[in-house]
Write a protein that binds this ligand. Structure first.
Ligand SMILES: Nc1ncnc2c1ncn2[C@@H]1O[C@H](COP(=O)(O)OP(=O)(O)O)[C@@H](O)[C@H]1O
Ligand SMILES: [Mg+2]
Length: 234
């Protein structure tokens, strides 16, 4: 579904990810892991069209989208729940959800909204509340819900569990499982490596902008180097 080919990206003269190649097949959960500053967010924001691609290419469903603008990538089926959620805090839950699909030619607001509220009933209870007044967990659900409003084929979630209570993390992972069963492909960025490995089919590990390991999650769990570096404390 998604191919990165020798992808390098960065900011101005600075390159932060170097020659990253990966393939995310349709229907899987793909986990991108690595320490703080490794280049995970830069990678996914390059896929989304928000960080500059410096080299290489991005192919989505057989088309080179390297030069396709952000809003057209959403139309093609790529949506992101970004790190830090970036909600419109003065706007209500409903208005934030509406922002997730307003650029689409036909946005099917009420149908898509109903699907999101089915996945996260808590958002229904908070529907007319301002996003800024929600708990961290509710905000994460809203960020994911907003991304889902465009009915993405590829859902990208950056730092799913960061700062959340264990119960809320469970709810979010349950949602991931449900979405996967519906055929949504998911690219997950996680600091909580153990948790990501529970749900992921495939894994890529970034260190200082370089791909240092790539393969099946079940093999990653058996690799002593990875266990030592990323699973040792769990
Ligand atoms: N807007 C920016 N301008 C300049 N450098 C940035 C910017 N955002 C991130 N970086 C740098 O890019 C590198 C990778 O960051 P990032 O992709 O956020 O890593 P991660 O998500 O893995 O923590 C870091 O060295 C970071 O300081
Ligand atoms: Mg990040």
């Amino acid at each position: 579904m998604l191919f990165l080919k020798d992808m390098s990206c960065g900011y101005g003269a600075l390159t932060v990810v170097n020659n990253l190649s990966l393939h995310i097949p349709k229907g899987i959960v793909y986990a991108l892991i690595g320490a703080n500053g490794a280049g995970k967010s830069s990678t996914i924001m390059t896929i989304a069209g928000q960080v500059s691609l410096k080299n290489g290419s991005i192919e989505f469903e057989g088309h080179d989208i390297s030069k396709v603008p952000l809003k057209d990538r959403i139309r093609r089926g790529i949506a992101v729940a970004p790190e830090g959620r970036r909600l419109f805090s003065d706007m209500t839950v409903e208005e934030n959800l509406a922002m997730g699909s307003y650029t689409l030619p036909t946005n099917h607001f009420s149908e898509n909204k109903n699907k999101v509220l089915e996945l996260f009933p808590r958002l229904g209870e908070r529907f007319t509340q301002q996003a800024g007044s929600l708990s961290g967990g509710e905000q994460q659900m809203l960020a994911i819900g907003r991304a889902l409003m465009s009915r993405p084929k590829l859902l990208i979630i950056d730092e799913l569990s960061l700062g959340l209570m264990p119960k809320v993390i469970d709810l979010c992972y349950l949602a991931i499982e449900k979405l996967k069963n519906e055929g949504v492909t998911i690219l997950l960025v996680e600091q909580n490596t153990a948790r990501a490995f529970e749900v992921a089919d495939e894994v890529c590990v970034l260190e200082s902008g370089l791909n240092v390991w790539q393969g099946k999650a079940e093999d990653a769990k058996k690799d002593p180097k990875l266990v030592d570096a990323y699973l040792g404390l769990n």
